[in-house]
Design a protein around this ligand. Sequence first.
Ligand SMILES: [Fe+2]
Length: 261
Amino acid sequence: MNIEQIGPVGAEITDIDLSITDRIPAEAIKEAFLKYSVLVFKNQELSPKDLKNVSLVWGEPLIHPVFKGMEDYPEIIKIKNLGEKYHTNAHWHSDVTFEEEPPNATLLYSIEIPDTGGDTLFSNQYLAYEDLSESYKEYLDNKVAIHSNLGVLILAGGEAKDAKEVEHPIFRTHPETGRKALYVTEAFVKQIKDVESEISQETLSKLYKHSSDKNYVYRHKWTKGDLVVWDNRCVLHYAEHGYGDQNRTMHRITTAGSKPF
Ligand SMILES: [Fe+2]
């Protein structure tokens, strides 16, 4: 297994076949994951069964609270091109932060890739936190953000009355590395708790802009057979569209997380 850093966040792992179940070097992979936050495994051939098995390196695979999974593998969501209009992931976010315990890791495996477009961008939120001014860090230190699933619910055909909200700290401490990361997502955060609405929006806008600064970002250009795994506790991601009506198929799994603190 070779590991090569690929940008402000992420490493490419080569010389490994993740379909050979009893030869997955779980400890070495976990170590690299905590160090680089995004891992790119090239040229993998993974059946849904293999993918589910690989996900166990990160923990228990989860069933998505809103989107339905595959018949035989309810943990795996098949992501198809629904057209730009119905593409739900073209915004900076961490996955499913409207849950009390959002998933630690997301695994995304490419089955079918368009000729153009469809890049996924990742942003390092440790660096985003560390670069904030001391006064900003102090001001936001014990503040929490209110996250809502309203947007996702409406997209999935649900009703606004069923929307739910949870609170998470704006600066999240990674439970395994102990490092602090900025933890706000434009798609799911409604406001900063106990802060006047206008100031809250102004502050959030600044944080969103800062969190996706190009100095923290790695852009992944997919090829067929890539497995990309990212750490939702310290990374934001953004799924670009731009592939018109071309086919693009991915399999996605998330693994169990814990309550952010
Ligand atoms: Fe996502």
